[in-house]
Design a protein around this ligand. Structure first.
Ligand SMILES: Cc1cc2nc3c(=O)[nH]c(=O)nc-3n(C[C@H](O)[C@H](O)[C@H](O)COP(=O)(O)OP(=O)(O)OC[C@H]3O[C@@H](n4cnc5c(N)ncnc54)[C@H](O)[C@@H]3O)c2cc1C
Length: 511
């Protein structure tokens, strides 16, 4: 006879672990089943390069969406720190190499940098006004994320009507053109609508992605996880263990069937187990395969992630101190025009001629992911996230396309550096350069992300139509099976929100 649990969680991504903690805190008997030999899904830290003691956040790297409430409820000893710089965008004009510096706190230096780019202060003023409205909007939405899913009308009552029109009804393209003059400034703003979402500025998919990137904890500030993403998983595992959650690793769930009064589960290693409720931390498309519960169609994942360890920070042609340039998000080929052109080229099945990308250096804010010798010798990590590279580009001749894409992405970076990035790479114990790249297909193999979609599916606005009967946004057609991963409404990103909400829905069924 199969073992019986109150709840089984398929997948040990951070959302799965958050769900397991909340269920166990409420006295439920919980089992987490993970297909990989390690736990944490897309939120892991790994010593990626042989003999190099640098624990890189291999997939996700920055945190904005994880509510402080979850950290408090679960007594997690986990901290994130602010970056002093929000972003640096190198550019050149007739006079030479320059850069647009945006500090986290909008200050005189930022105004001067914007004015130097555009010739007057109008975009700087527009920037401040625009982000003040966004912040107000974020402040209204953030408190709703751990409560039952509000309706669009309820949210509309909480927010400024003009901001609603600009962020929800109008396309981002229109909103950007209405607010800003400069192509580079429009591009820097637009990137938050494109991370992990294969879309252009004229599609409302960009609005959804934009809103997710700006509402975290009511500020939308992207912070550095101390100790890397793996530190979050370590803490969640510690709490799970304290609370008596059981784990199976190296065990892929291949069947999950609602049997009316319980759910029956089978794994590839031929284990069978049952539960009163099932929480799917895996993507909805994976759940569809194993349970028959239909999942919505989704956009291709569209990013290339590159991880690097450097012997020293690269020097820039613009002359800015690299410790400033790389402290925030470093934008490459991300003017509005470049982003839109890259999207159109990728839509046609071509590798974008100029690949848009953004990059950041974890170790400038938190050096604890390096061992002390590497810190003393000036080593740093760099994380690059390239956009508009849909999985379809890599379907044929994967390895050749990947090599070309990596080459073109690094060429985009090199145009702003005094020496090519290859000159700065550390070497591993076999003398190989410390650089690895992950395509959407490789993410699908490693993490079960369908077509490499980092959000498990297409993002939805964090509210529902007035006629929608779902309570938490985690429900499926089975009353015993819930989405506890990025594919739930309000699920995308490192937030734990889907895990929390699935646990709340499951507890209502169990109690
Ligand atoms: C390269 C990359 C960079 C990103 N950067 C950021 C970032 O900086 N900040 C941010 O907020 N978000 C980022 N994201 C998105 C974010 O990481 C994800 O949305 C989030 O981690 C999803 O967490 P999850 O717990 O829902 O699912 P996942 O982390 O995807 O975990 C799902 C788990 O389910 C397991 N699984 C799947 N199928 C089965 C099965 N059949 N049986 C058993 N186990 C199974 C998987 O192995 C995995 O462990 C990034 C994602 C990627 C891939």
């Amino acid at each position: 006879m199969a073992d019986n649990y109150d709840a089984i969680v398929i997948g040990s991504g951070h959302n799965g672990l958050v769900a397991a903690c909340y269920l166990a805190l409420n006295g439920k008997k919980v089992l987490v089943i993970e297909k990989n030999h390690y736990f944490g899904g897309a939120t892991t830290s790994v010593e990626t390069f042989k003999g190099v003691k640098a624990r890189l956040s291999r997939y996700s790297y920055l945190i904005a969406l994880l509510p402080d409430q979850i950290i408090k409820d679960l007594s997690l000893n986990f901290k994130t720190i602010s970056r002093s710089v929000s972003s640096y965008t190198p550019y050149f004009d007739d006079e030479g190499d320059k850069g647009l510096l945006v500090n986290r706190v909008f200050d005189q230096e930022t105004v001067e940098s914007m004015t130097a780019l555009t010739g007057d202060s109008s975009d700087a003023i527009a920037w401040q006004n625009f982000y003040d409205s966004v912040q107000e909007f974020a402040g209204a939405i953030a408190p709703t994320l751990l409560a039952p899913l509000p309706t669009a009308s309820e949210i509309q009552e909480l927010v400024d009507p003009l901001t609603w029109i600009e962020l929800v009804e109008n396309t981002l393209a229109q909103t950007l053109h209405d607010n800003f003059f400069d192509d580079l400034i429009k591009g820097v703003v637009l990137t938050d609508g494109l991370i992990g979402t294969f879309t252009g500025a004229n599609d409302h998919a960009a609005n959804k992605c934009f809103i997710y990137h700006l509402i975290g904890n009511g500020t939308g500030e992207w912070k550095v996880p101390v100790g890397g993403m793996g530190a979050l998983v370590d803490e969640l595992l510690r709490r799970c263990n304290e609370l008596g959650v059981e784990f199976w690793s190296d065990s892929e769930v291949v069947s999950a069937r609602d049997q009316d009064d319980h759910v029956a589960i089978e794994t590839a290693d031929q284990r069978a187990v049952t539960a009163q409720v099932l929480l799917a931390n895996c993507a909805p498309k994976v759940l569809e395969k194993i349970s028959g519960i239909k999942a919505p169609d989704l956009l291709d994942g569209c990013q290339l992630k590159i991880n690097m360890v450097l012997r020293e920070l690269p020097k820039l042609k613009s002359g800015i101190d690299p410790k400033v340039a790389f402290a925030g998000t470093f934008h490459i080929n991300e003017s509005y025009h470049q982003l839109e052109r890259a999207y159109q080229e990728a839509l046609k099945g071509e590798i974008p001629s100029e690949i848009p990308a953004e990059m950041y250096c974890h170790t400038l804010t938190d050096s604890s992911i390096l061992d002390s010798e590497l810190v003393a010798n000036g080593f740093h990590t760099l994380t690059l996230f390239a956009l508009h590279l849909p999985a379809s580009l890599f379907d044929k001749n994967h390895d050749e396309v990947k090599a070309e894409v990596v080459k073109r992405t690094l060429a985009g970076l090199n145009q702003y550096l005094e020496r090519p990035i290859a000159d700065y790479l550390a070497l591993d114990s076999e003398g190989k350069p410390c650089i690895e790249a992950k395509t959407p297909q490789e993410l699908e193999t490693a993490l079960g992300l369908p077509r490499g979609n980092i959000f498990h599916g297409n993002l939805e606005f964090p509210w529902k139509d007035d006629s929608d009967s779902r309570k938490w946004g985690v429900e499926t057609e089975s009353p015993r099976i819930f989405l506890a991963g990025a594919g739930a409404v309000r699920g995308g990103g490192v937030s734990g929100i889907a895990g929390h909400n699935a646990a709340m829905a499951a507890l209502e069924t169990l109690d």
